[in-house]
Design a protein around this ligand. Structure first.
Ligand code: Z5A
Ligand code: MG
Length: 209
């Protein structure tokens, strides 16, 4: 790497309204304030052509079969891979709002969608250095602002999603389960501390696929 330090790939996952977008933004802002080169990435990225099709599907303005929408979400990550890799190599830490794990979880809870089939097209994407899973108690989930009108925004789906994420966290290294019931600042402090450590730990290591 010739003295060049790479950035870290840090993902935030969790159920609807667990505070992922809020925390991603704060984490990037705090890292920048500490002179760490950092950028925000979010999935789905609704700004691309594929992202536009995903947006229509989520807003229930189009119908796609479960397999087709699954592959679109995955393609939306593949189309960003080169750019993400380039930024990491240039030393930019990427804070990612949802990633492959959302893709696998939201699809595999559907009837007739096998976990293994859902995982396969994600293989070969950049592997995160750290995944934060934000969890909410049922009590706190009920207090967060109401569901919107998008697909998946209902209690039954979110309960299945919460369980599937927890199951996934038990099978993988590099995951930190962070209870996100506390204040925005409390949760942020935990994430910032762990992220700073991880950035230093991986800066001389290779980027993983
Ligand atoms: N999806 C998929 O199926 N396959 C895939 O591959 C991917 C996604 C990538 C849209 O995602 C849908 O796509 C999603 C999964 C599916 N479906 N669902 N559900 P999205 O990321 O675009 O979804 P979103 O609309 O941004 O919602 P969200 O991400 O679920 O919310 P959030 O980012 O976790 O929460 P937030 O926006 O930061 O906060 C929500 C509210 O709570 C807000 O008013 C905050 O001010 C408040 N908040 C945040 N933190 C706190 C604390 N600590 N205390 C009190 N209040 C708080
Ligand atoms: Mg969000």
């Amino acid at each position: 790497m010739n003295g060049m330090r790479r950035g870290a790939l840090i993902v935030i996952e969790g159920v609807d309204r667990s505070g992922k977008s809020t925390q991603c933004k704060k984490l990037v802002d705090s890292l920048k304030a500490m002179s760490v080169n950092a950028d925000l990435v979010r999935f789905p990225d609704r700004s691309t052509h594929i992202g536009g099709l995903i947006d229509k599907y989520l807003k229930q303005k189009s119908h796609l079969c479960d397999e087709a929408i699954h592959l679109m979400f995955t393609a939306n990550r593949w189309e960003k891979k080169e750019e993400m890799e380039r930024l990491l190599k240039q030393g930019v830490t990427l804070v990612v709002d949802r990633y492959s794990f959302s893709g696998i979880v939201y699809s595999s809870i559907k009837k007739n969608m096998k976990l293994h089939w859902c995982q396969e097209p994600e293989n070969g994407l950049l592997r995160p250095d750290l995944v934060f899973l934000l969890t909410l108690s049922e009590n706190e989930m009920a207090k967060r602002p109401n569901f919107g009108d998008e697909r998946y925004e209902n209690t039954e789906t979110q309960e299945k999603v919460a369980k599937a994420f927890l199951d996934m966290s038990r099978e993988q290294g590099d995951w930190e389960v962070v209870p996100a019931d506390g204040t925005i600042e409390d949760v942020h402090k935990v994430l910032l501390e762990r992220a700073v450590k991880k950035i230093a730990e991986v800066e001389r290591k290779s980027i993983r696929n």
